[in-house]
Design a binder for this molecule. Structure first.
Ligand code: ZN
Length: 314
């Protein structure tokens, strides 16, 4: 039995069930709400989050991995309340986005590593909520500060055993750059998910990521750019046909609230880009293309469970 930490407390991995590996309860730009608190309608956002999470639960999703980095408004108290009131099991992250993390520019790498480790082992600030996954991101290219973040993430991963799930920019093949840094830090690449891989049109790039040992996060399904659903599903099918079902995870990278987009634009984008799209629409599309029930179960249930069960520090 493996026990991990969720927003609402300990979670037996046997109870994870159908798991979306890369989603967000809320993505926002914290300076706006610090300077203009009137822009942050917490009760409204909470009601919206509960509605969307309940819809996902009703569609069969049992667990969701929230990968919102510290600098995009990760809010453990908000996630915890949304999880409690919706019934969704949510795993909370630590880690940083690809933007230059101002606070850490003139501090040692250990300041980052220690913060991530504290989030995982003791809890985030005074909330008591413990992170159980590390997020990091590389876009458009890896620069010196981003490499520092990746190395700090790798060290926190090895110290705690919790998995790393990344954001990449496949057009510049940054998944391979991340793997090089993680390998240099002594990481087992088999415990790392290289995310946003379904933004790629290059199966050889994805094959290389998998051959290097990592999971391919096919985790932007429903997002209309830069690939259509048909293209994303065709790529998942092609990888399954190569025998890689045990190296793929499926998700949307959707959020209950995303303040990057004006509401009317968000409405356009979220037509299919929401938490119910994979269970309700994408699973049937995969079956039409001949992907077996066993392989779908592997990608949506068994792989997430296995990723979180490899939880020994090393
Ligand atoms: Zn994301």
């Amino acid at each position: 039995m493996t026990i991990i930490q969720s927003a609402t407390g300990p979670l037996d991995t046997a109870d994870m069930g159908f798991t979306l590996m890369h989603e967000h309860v809320m993505v926002l730009w914290p300076p706006m709400y610090q300077q203009y608190p009137e822009l942050f309608d917490r009760p409204g956002l909470m009601a919206n989050a509960i509605t969307k999470l309940k819809a996902a639960v009703a569609a069969g999703v049992k667990t969701m991995v929230d990968l919102t980095p510290i600098d995009l408004g990760r809010d453990p108290g908000f996630i915890q309340e949304a999880a409690q009131k919706s019934g969704m099991q949510i795993i909370v992250p630590t880690g940083l986005y690809y933007a230059r993390p101002f606070y850490f520019l003139g501090r040692p790498d250990s300041a980052m590593t220690d913060l991530f480790i504290k989030d995982i082992t003791e809890g985030i600030s005074t909330t008591g909520v413990r992170a159980n996954v590390i997020k990091c991101a590389t876009e458009p290219e890896m620069d010196a500060i981003n490499e520092r973040v990746l190395r700090a993430s790798a060290r926190a991963h090895r110290a705690t055993g919790v998995p790393i799930c990344t954001h990449t920019h496949p057009a510049t093949r940054t998944g391979l750059d991340q793997q090089r840094v993680f390998k240099d830090e002594g990481c087992d690449l088999g415990r790392i998910v290289i995310g946003h891989s379904d933004d790629s049109s290059d199966i050889n790039y994805l094959d290389e990521i998998i051959q290097n040992g990592s999971f391919c996060g096919m985790d932007r399904i429903g997002l209309p750019q830069p690939r259509t659903d048909e293209q994303r599903v065709d790529m998942v099918t092609a990888l399954v046909e190569r025998g890689y079902a045990n190296r793929i995870t499926l998700s949307h990278d959707a959020s209950c609230h995303l303040d990057m987009l004006a509401p009317e634009l968000l409405d356009q984008w979220t037509d299919k880009w929401n938490f119910t799209h994979i269970p309700l629409d994408i699973v049937p599309m995969l079956k039409e293309r001949g992907v077996s029930d066993a392989n779908i179960h592997q990608m949506t249930v068994l792989n997430p469970r296995r990723i979180f069960e490899m939880n020994q520090p090393y």
